[in-house]
Each structure stands twice: as C-alpha cells, then as structure tokens.
Design a protein around this ligand. Structure first.
Ligand code: NAD
Length: 487
C-alpha cells in the first residue's frame, strides 16, 4: 500500500501547507497507514474562493462557448478513464471499498461526465412569442459564479460527479471540500482537470474539518451556492448558515429506503435485488434498501433464502480477491453500526443472519460487520426509523398494497424506494404513492444519467443529473421585448 501525502489544490496548483494540522488516514480494512491529509484553514478557503471568483470574472472558462466547455469535460472524462486502475486503487484504499465497488463507482462517474458534457450542445432556454407577434419573451440561463461542493466519504467520486461536470458545463467555478477521510481521488481529479484544459482557479480542493472549512464556505460572501451531500443533521446546519447569507443551497441527505416485494414478483430477481440493496457499498449507501417490506404469503421462504445468501458473502478490503463486502469507514462508525445491531436485539427484532463482527481472524484489524438481517421489525423500532448506514436489513411483513405504502412512507426520509411486482399497473400506482424522489421498479439502485436524482422530506431538496442537474447551477433571466413599441 502506498503512503500518500494529500495537500490542497488552489489556483491550479498543488500545495503542501507547512505547519497546519494533518489527519492520519488508516485503511479501514487493515489498519495500515494510507495517507497524511493536510487540513485547510479558513484563510486557505478564502484564497480558494477568491481564486474561483477571479477565474469566473476573467472569463476564460465562464465565457468560453458552452460547446467548447463540453469538449473539455469530455477530455477530462477520457483522462479519468485512462487512469482508472490507479484511481480505483486509491479510492478503495481510502474509503475501504472492494476493488470492484471502487471501479464501478468511477466508471459510472465517467458516464455522468459524458452525459453532462452532451448537455453543452443544448443549454436550455426559451423564446415565447404567442401574443400576436408584437411581444417577445426570452428565457435564458447563465452560470452562478462560484459553487461550494461539500461531500461525504461513502462515494467520494460519484457524489462529486453528480455535481462537478454539470457545474463545469454551466460555466461555474467550484471549490470542493471532500471528506477528510477520502480526499485522495478528488485531488487527483483536480490535477486531471487541469491536464484536460480547465483553466486555473476554476476548480479548487480544500480538504478539512466540517466546522472550519465547511462552515467558512457556507458563510463566505464569495460563494453563490452550496451544493451539499451528507447527513440530514449537517444538512440542517448548512441550510441555516446559507439562509443567513441568502445563498442558494441544494441538499442531498440521508435515506431509509423501503424495498417492497409483492408475492406476484419474480422472486428470484427480487432476492438478488434485495441482497444488493442493503449490502452494496457495505450498506454505506444513502439509497440503500435497508427496509425489506415483504408480502406475508411469501415472506418465510424469501427471507430464509436471503439469509443464506447473506451468510455466504465474502468480506474483505481492496487486497482480498473476490471480496463483496468491505469494512465500515472508521472506528466510530463501526461502533455505531454494531450499536444499532445490539439495540435491535434489545428492542425485540429477531436476528436471522450476521449480528456482529466476523469471526475470521484475518479480518480482525478491519472495521468489518457481517451482513445482518432482522425479522419481526416494527415501525416503532429504531432499525426501522433511523439510517444505520451499514449492512443491516430490517424485514417487515404486510398484507395489502395500502399497508405497504403506509409502511414505506412512515419515516422522515424520502430518497429512494423499490417495488417488485409483475403487475405494472400496481407498480405505477404504488410508485405515485411513495414519498421519495426516486423509485426503482423490478430493480434496485439502477438508473440512467438522464434521470434527475434527489430527495424529498428529510432527504433534502434540489436535483442532480438530468437536465435539472445542469440548471441547478444556473440562474434564470427573463427578458421581455415589445417589438412595435406603443407611443
Ligand atoms: P456528514 O454530514 O457527516 O459530512 C458530509 C460533509 O459535510 C463532510 O465533508 C463533512 O466534513 C462536512 N461537514 C460536517 N460538518 C459540517 C458543518 N458544520 N458545516 C459544513 N460542512 C460540514 O456525512 P458523512 O458521514 O460524510 O456521509 C454520510 C451521510 O451522507 C449519510 O447520511 C448519507 O445518507 C449521506 N449521503 C447522501 C447522499 C445523497 O445523494 N442523498 C449520497 C451519499 C451520502
């Protein structure tokens, strides 16, 4: 494993500040030292924001024809594809992912970049001339100058690329605050962006503490918008700070997805989907199907098969060939997930798979948790209501469609839910009744870049991806013209 030193990236150059605080990152899979992370200060943030504004005003990027920006974003995507192996290894080491998981995340991000780049050929706008020809309305969209992007650790690459290529195509400058645990790939992306031809100052990266770096960005008058992905708790704080300075804010927050399996579903496909839904990225997934709602008549056999599959999963980090489930991100989060498991037992849920740390001694240095399934979970239980953010599934049975919908909607969150049925009318009706920004039908955690993504209720607001993902970073101007002025 390579030991790295991560600095800052400001005004098109890497910086290794002397003095300042550092965070020593250890592999969550093995405990080995992987990186020293230099933590930015408020004055570093100020320099990054000033550089972003100067780049915006200079116009080399913001005033470049959008199509040319799109071509450069495509080149940026090509460079990431060329460096895929190295980036995969870095992401897996720092975030504690399996190699397959890290690779899949970066490959999907490249798809998002290519889609975002294609939007440059069709920046939305409108001309209205429907009142007899002498009145003309024009709707145009222009970039917000400087976007602060504050990111979590669970998908350091995807959460960035649901934002960055769209903001770049729009013509914005950006200042990125990655999670202190996982800044490595973000710094590499900034370097590759420069190589692709994105001018200095358009992208800066300032790793550091939420309270210092994150809050300075939220308060800074040179930031036009904060685009945040992370927990609901921190999202509330960010919304309050942005409210004080009247900044635009977009919040991609936590979730507690329900995966609803009806008795008439293709149950083999649903089994595969239900396992992936709560174990993908070791459950550290905001859209995870962490609640399985299953129709009573098929529940026993379905859950027995699911438990067998969960018990057979291979745990391990980046260096374990064929690993399917990695470790939790750090010690505190590991303890938190194990705490949720203990609490579920105390509250009366019935354990049918996993339930703690794996016995395998080769995994003892890592923050691993067995894929864990509880049945008999009721809406009053903590595991039904709260985001555990680990490989823990709560199973609840239902009799009717109405009951399933009511159960699914009975959490504060509203990010993603899934439906498995062969009855498409039912699927569409249930989808309409579900309070979430995304619904999967006969699949889970699959999408296409054209579809907007985001939450409702305590999962936040704002949309990423799709055409809306571009407009998110733009401001709208209406121009009205009278063609034959009246005197
Ligand atoms: P977190 O909220 O603890 O941290 C997210 C980021 O915010 C980090 O960079 C952190 O340093 C920063 N931060 C912390 N306190 C801050 C403050 N006071 N002001 C400004 N910034 C601050 O989240 P996390 O633990 O890194 O990530 C896990 C959470 O992210 C989960 O709740 C998960 O559901 C959510 N998430 C949501 C999505 C989505 O698209 N909806 C995607 C991935 C993760």
């Amino acid at each position: 494993m390579t030991r790295r030193k991560h600095g800052l990236w400001i005004d098109g150059a890497a910086e290794l500040p002397r003095g300042g605080k550092t965070y020593e990152r250890r592999s969550p899979a093995t405990g080995e030292h992987v990186a020293s992370v230099c933590l930015a200060t408020a004055s570093d943030v100020d320099r990054a924001v000033r550089s972003a504004n100067a780049a915006f005003r200079a116009g080399a990027w913001s005033k470049m024809p959008a199509i040319e920006r799109g071509k450069i974003v495509s080149r940026f995507a090509d460079l990431i594809a060329t460096n895929l192996d190295d980036l995969t290894a870095l992401e897996a080491d720092e975030a504690g992912k399996t190699l397959a998981g890290a690779r899949g995340e970066i490959e999907w991000s490249i798809e998002l970049m290519r889609f975002a780049a294609s939007l440059a050929w069709n920046i939305p706008g409108k001309v209205l001339n429907h009142e007899g020809g002498d009145k003309l309305g024009i709707v145009t969209h222009s970039p917000l100058p400087v976007i602060a992007m504050i990111l979590p650790w669970n998908f350091p690459t995807v959460t960035l690329f649901q934002k960055l290529p769209y903001a770049l195509v729009a013509g914005c400058s950006v200042v990125i605050k990655p999670s202190t645990f996982t800044p490595g790939t973000t710094l590499e992306y900034a370097r590759l962006a420069k190589e692709a031809g994105i001018p200095d100052g358009v992208i800066s990266v300032v790793p550091g503490d939420g309270a210092e770096v994150g809050e300075t960005l939220c308060r800074h008058e040179g930031v036009s918008m904060v685009s945040f992905t992370g927990s609901t708790e921190v999202g509330r704080r960010i919304a309050a700070l942005c409210g004080e300075s009247l900044k635009r804010v977009a919040l991609e927050l936590g979730g507690k997805g329900a995966n609803i399996v009806f008795a008439d579903a293709d149950l083999d496909a649903a089994l595969h989907g239900a396992l992936a839904a709560f174990t993908i990225n070791q459950g550290e997934e905001c859209c995870a199907g962490a609640r399985l709602l299953i129709q009573q008549s098929v529940a026993d056999e379905f859950v027995a098969k699911l438990a067998e599959k969960a018990k057979a999963m291979k745990l391990g980090g980046a260096s374990t060939a064929g690993a399917e489930l990695g470790p939790m991100i750090h010690d505190k989060h590991h303890a938190s997930v194990l705490g949720y498991i203990e609490k579920s037992k105390e509250e009366g849920a019935v354990l049918v798979a996993g339930g703690g740390r794996p016995q395998d001694q080769s995994l003892a240095q890592g923050y691993f948790v067995e894929p864990t399934i509880f049945t008999g979970v009721t809406p009053e239980m903590t595991v039904f209501k709260e985001e555990v953010f680990g490989p823990v599934l709560g199973v609840t049975t239902f009799e009717t469609e109405e009951e399933a919908v009511a159960l699914a909607n009975s959490t504060p969150y509203g990010l993603a839910n899934g439906i498995w049925t062969r009855n498409f009318d039912r699927a569409i009706q249930v989808s309409a009744a579900l309070e979430s920004g995304f619904v999967y039908i006969n699949c889970y955690l699959e999408t296409i870049p054209q579809l907007p993504f985001g939450g409702v209720k305590a999962s936040g607001f704002g949309r990423e991806n799709g055409e809306q993902g571009l407009l998110e970073f733009m401001q709208t101007k209406s121009t009205f013209a009278r063609l034959r002025p009246s005197r």
